[in-house]
Ligand binder design. Structure first.
Ligand code: CUA
Length: 330
């Protein structure tokens, strides 16, 4: 009778595990697998999930069964039967977990080695996190941009760092995430395997604009990628492109470029207001000062220190001029 009940518990654990596994895989809870490592990571994750779910249900089921089956009945004042050791059982419950942990450990190390193995023809992309945008550098082409484009099938080595606080570079579809730490370069290897656009997120709370550090990686055919890189090399000359490249849109609302950031002042109508902000400063000079020396005058109720102070170096004179002319017309 007892054996039959135990078999029932094991059977129920199996049914729930398989049912849960099917639900998890058929309901598309995970993003698409857009890199070669995604397949390996998912396989490992599903195996771990399967093993842990089965053990959890088995143990909880046995616990529930024992609690119900051996509970104290009304009027029962007797002691339980004392049990002293059971060598066979103790050897079994030491050997089985040891085997499971060893198997999972060896398999995990294999997956790690597979996904971190350096491959030929690897392209280096430097990823820089800053409050509050991502910047990408292609050292081979001497291109810096706010857009991440990658050719499909080509191995990529990301060299990830930060200009200010700790951010975390995360592309869920690649199953890849690594912290961007100031003063340190962290490496991450992936090979995109699917053409398309996939979300980039910051996975480390880094300040008031954290939620705005969203971006997209564009995975495309080699020809399209090369064309894009050539165009990017020619440099951003359009005001909207400049504002996207330098991350202005993440923090400022400006209807003309479709941005809705709320970390800094709204820029709609800035052309009309700029001349009256600081006595003695023309609208033109005020906008130049606001971009190159953002701490000089801070619009209430915003606080100093949120806007990067290096636009003076990063923007070319031409880009700064284009931006100022554009903002004067807003
Ligand atoms: Cu950067 Cu969160």
């Amino acid at each position: 009778m007892k054996e039959r009940n135990l078999l029932l518990v094991i059977f129920a654990a199996l049914v729930l595990t398989i049912g849960g596994y099917l639900a998890a895989t058929q309901l598309h809870l995970m993003p698409v697998e857009a890199s070669t490592r995604a397949v390996l990571v998912d396989r490992l994750f599903q195996l771990l999930l399967g093993i842990t779910a089965f053990i959890f249900l088995l143990v909880e089921g046995a616990l529930l069964y024992a609690a119900l089956r051996f509970r104290r009945r009304p009027g029962d004042e007797s002691d339980a039967v004392p049990v002293h050791g059971n060598n066979a059982l103790e050897i079994l419950w030491t050997l089985i977990p040891t085997a499971v942990v060893l198997f999972v450990g060896v398999y995990s190390v294999q997956v790690l080695q597979d996904i971190e193995r350096p491959l030929g023809n690897t392209m280096v992309v430097e990823v820089v996190g800053r409050q509050f945008s991502w910047e990408f550098r292609y050292p081979s082409a001497d291109v810096t941009t706010s857009e991440l484009h990658l050719p499909v099938g080509r191995p990529v080595l990301f060299q990830i760092s930060s200009k200010d606080v700790i951010h975390s570079f995360w592309v869920p579809a690649f199953r890849a995430k690594r912290d961007a730490t100031p003063g340190q370069i962290s490496e991450l290897r992936i090979t995109p395997s699917l053409v398309g656009r996939f979300p980039i997120r910051c996975a480390e709370l880094c300040g008031p604009g954290h939620a705005g550090m969203i971006n997209e990686v564009v995975v495309e055919e080699e020809v399209a990628f090369t064309g894009w890189l050539e165009a990017a090399k020619a440099g951003a000359k359009e005001p909207a492109a400049i504002m996207t490249q330098f991350g202005c849109v993440a923090c400022h609302t400006l209807t003309a470029v479709g941005s809705t950031g709320q970390v800094g002042p709204v820029l709609d109508g800035i052309g009309a207001q700029a001349g009256s902000r600081v006595p003695g400063l023309s609208a033109h000079d005020y906008i130049v000062q606001s971009i190159t020396d953002p701490g000089a005058y801070v619009v209430q109720p915003f606080v100093d220190g949120l806007m990067p102070r290096d636009f003076k170096i990063r923007l070319s004179d031409e880009q700064l001029q284009i931006l100022v002319e554009f903002l004067l017309g807003q």
